[in-house]
Design a protein around this ligand. Structure first.
Ligand SMILES: Nc1ncnc2c1ncn2[C@@H]1O[C@H](COP(=O)(O)OP(=O)(O)OP(=O)(O)O)[C@@H](O)[C@H]1O
Ligand SMILES: [Mg+2]
Length: 255
């Protein structure tokens, strides 16, 4: 049996009296796209924030590639291979797209942070490797044409793709996407579907939260369904589509 990239065991997160996530367990295997769905307020973003280390968990365990990470700070989890995007886009508008992606690369650098200024502590070949990685990410995310535009001037859809590009810059083992299709129109969602699968095909596992069922059903290998912070179902898209508890809680008319 292979080690899961991400394993979540009996995760609980309370805010005061609000049990946002209750006894949640699931795992993401290498090369897998896992969907996390559920009604508004069911605990999806709380789960992603707990995995990313935005706040401490109330109880439970989180393992990344077999190692416990639930007590580590956010930046250490990123450098160990867990990267995420946010439900709402927020980017530094004065940077170009390429510079923004370069910032995301910094967590992986071995050179001294000031090496590009003072020429000290440089690791040979690192600049070239980073430049190549940035070009590859621009290509993968379809941002080549706007690479030298400032972030504030690109479209809302391009900003969403840039958020994914910045997360990829950290060379993650797993990418957590919180509502990546928010604000995208139909043809942009199709591009996003292709991108998520292309990311998986490069060997990165993906955990995706989305309300757009067509996208979830198309890209996910497995789906976990939350309701009031608890897992109510887990299975393939086909199994979830036909699960009566899921239809009652969330899907309403089967899509
Ligand atoms: N920082 C916080 N402080 C207090 N309560 C919070 C906090 N974050 C989330 N909650 C509460 O936890 C519950 C789960 O919220 P969460 O944002 O995880 O839901 P969600 O599934 O992401 O919903 P949506 O689909 O609307 O994004 C909600 O009751 C919410 O009000
Ligand atoms: Mg949310």
């Amino acid at each position: 049996m292979t080690t899961a990239i991400l394993q979540v065991d009996r995760l609980c997160k309370s805010f005061g009296g609000v049990h946002a996530v209750r006894e949640l367990s699931f795992s993401v295997e290498p090369g897998q796209i896992l969907g996390l769905i559920g009604p508004n307020g069911s605990g999806k973003s709380t789960t992603v924030n707990a995995l990313a280390g935005v706040f401490s968990v109330t109880s439970g365990e989180i393992l990344l590639a077999g190692g416990h990470i639930q007590t580590l700070p956010e930046y250490e989890r990123v450098s160990m291979g867990l990267a995420r995007t946010f439900q709402t886009a927020s980017v530094f508008s004065e940077f170009t797209v390429r510079e923004q992606i370069r910032l995301g690369c910094n967590v992986t650098l071995h050179s001294h942070p000031l090496s590009s200024v003072f020429g000290i502590g440089r690791h040979p070949g690192e600049d070239e490797a980073v430049n190549q990685r940035i070009e590859d990410i621009l290509e993968l995310t379809g941002l080549v044409a706007v690479a030298d535009d400032t972030v504030g001037t690109i479209t809302a859809a391009e900003q969403r793709f840039l958020m994914i590009a910045s997360a990829l810059a950290a060379q993650p083992k797993i990418l957590l996407l919180d509502e990546p299709a928010a604000g995208l129109v139909s043809h942009e969602r199709k591009v996003l579907s292709h991108l998520i699968k292309a990311i998986r095909d490069t060997g990165i596992s993906v955990l995706v939260i989305e309300h757009h069922m067509a996208l979830i059903m198309e890209v996910c290998d497995r789906i976990v369904v939350l309701n009031f912070g608890s897992k109510i179902a887990e299975g393939t898209p086909e199994e979830i589509r036909n699960d009566q508890a899921v239809i009652d809680a969330y899907l309403g008319e089967a899509p």
